[in-house]
Design a protein around this ligand. Structure first.
Ligand SMILES: *Cc1c(COP(=O)(O)O)cnc(C)c1O
Length: 320
């Protein structure tokens, strides 16, 4: 298995040459420091999906000295970003094992999450990690089979996917006597110390506010009657060179300090409602400058994670 096996996460989406994605690695470092301040546990930085589109190699290089380890979904992501080589920090692979060869994990200083005795035995030499079901009901070991799991394998670490505090507490109750290294908390649970256990696993919390996405207006029009495919009616509209092939959706944007809307999205361009003073060349900010991933997510009816992922892949990345 090598890095070329991996579909680069955003490769199926096109980066528009007209869109600039600014990734603020200093902000990612500050976010890591903030999580450190809030928690009294190890920090396993989640850099799956190319660090939510920010670039796993760049992010790992920027925060490697501040974290205790990294999490990816698939071992190949660790290979591709060379997480161990770049940082000397170990890796936890959260998703189902893609190989039964422990040497492949060992080489990356990666340990696989496992969900059966068969996987645990095959990957024994790689330090398999017990992934306990506390409600997620996927990629997990059902609690009803936990006794069997605990009796048949020598574990040193267990975790659960948790969105509610009760799930972290349940993990603790199920495993506590065994002295295992335990973790549950993703970003949503960072404010609840009772869920932090031995380590926290934030993704989103590391990337909030770190991505700014902008593109210029390439046309502006006083709108006459219904326009576009959908026949939208506004006073004035502009056009940007980014559409759904670049990950863009209808939703909020900022132009010259005013909150505006992307009103209709096409394949590689979109219509934007503009104000009386907006001109060709003016910048349309789709994320950043105070327009948060959560605000965009609310309008998309999606998650902040998806907003960061889609928009960070919408154009050419520049690291600042
Ligand atoms: C993705 C993921 C995380 C990080 O989630 P965020 O909500 O982005 O912090 C943590 N743990 C597991 C198991 C995950 O799959």
């Amino acid at each position: 298995m090598d890095a070329s096996d991996v579909c680069r996460f955003n490769a199926c989406m096109h980066r528009s040459p007209a869109v600039v994605v600014q990734v603020d690695l200093g902000r990612v470092r500050k976010n890591v420091a903030e999580v450190r301040r809030k928690t009294n546990a190890d920090l396993l930085a989640v850099v799956k999906a190319d660090a939510y589109g920010l670039g796993a190699s760049a992010v790992a290089g920027a925060i490697g000295d501040l974290v205790d380890g990294f999490c990816v979904f698939d071992l190949r992501e660790a290979v591709q970003a060379d997480l161990w080589g770049r940082t000397g920090k170990p890796v936890l692979v959260l998703g189902p094992p893609a190989t039964r060869d422990p040497a492949e994990y060992f080489r990356q200083h990666a340990r696989p999450a496992v969900t059966s005795v068969e996987q645990a035995n095959a990957l024994r030499a790689a330090g398999p990690v017990l992934c306990v079901d506390t409600g997620m009901q996927r990629f997990t070991w059902p609690a009803s089979q936990l006794k069997q799991a605990l009796e048949s394998v020598q574990w040193s670490e267990a975790f659960t996917h948790a969105v509610q505090p009760e799930q972290a507490h349940l993990l603790l109750n199920l495993i506590s006597q065994r002295n295992l290294y335990l973790h549950a908390a993703a970003s949503a649970l960072l404010d609840d110390p009772s869920t932090h256990l031995n380590a926290v696993r934030p993704g989103l919390a590391l990337y909030r506010g770190a991505v700014r996405v902008s593109t210029p207006l390439v046309e502006v029009h006083d709108t006459h009657g219904p326009a576009g495919y959908t026949g939208f009616e506004v006073e004035r509209h502009g056009v940007i060179l980014a559409g759904y092939s670049n990950g863009v959706r209808t939703g909020p944007c900022l132009i010259n300090g005013h909150l505006r809307r992307i009103i209709e999205v096409g394949m590689q361009s979109a219509f934007v409602e503009i104000g009386p003073k907006d001109r060709v060349g003016d910048e349309v900010t789709m994320l950043g400058d105070g327009l948060s991933e959560s605000a965009v997510a609310a309008e998309w009816r999606s998650s902040a994670q998806e907003v960061i992922l889609r928009l960070s892949g919408s154009g050419k990345s520049v690291y600042i």
